[in-house]
Design a protein around this ligand. Sequence first.
Ligand SMILES: [Zn+2]
Length: 115
Amino acid sequence: MPATDIDQVVNLCKRRGFVYPSAEIYGGFRSTYDYGPLGALLLRNIREAWIRSMVQMRDDVVLIDAAVLGPPQIWEASGHLANFTDPLVDCTNCKNRFRLDKLSFAVRLRGSVKS
Ligand SMILES: [Zn+2]
């Protein structure tokens, strides 16, 4: 199977020390990443540029830093439990299951789908 563009980008990032799947040597931990020396600096620069652009250069936005984890009552009160879905796609070829939003991103990167 030929490597896709996204596979090449992921492999390059790992070889150059930018980003790795978290706990990769122990089988990985989905949707989390560890940043190497260059990746940690890049992440910090992107975060600072985003805060400068989206918060500091505006007078109608303030910055907060809240916990990501919380009790289920938070998700119920916010409407996420009733309204939030992650559509999944089953590949009949490789038998893997993908989140549609992630699959669409990968397909767009390959240039197979025009958005
Ligand atoms: Zn497949």
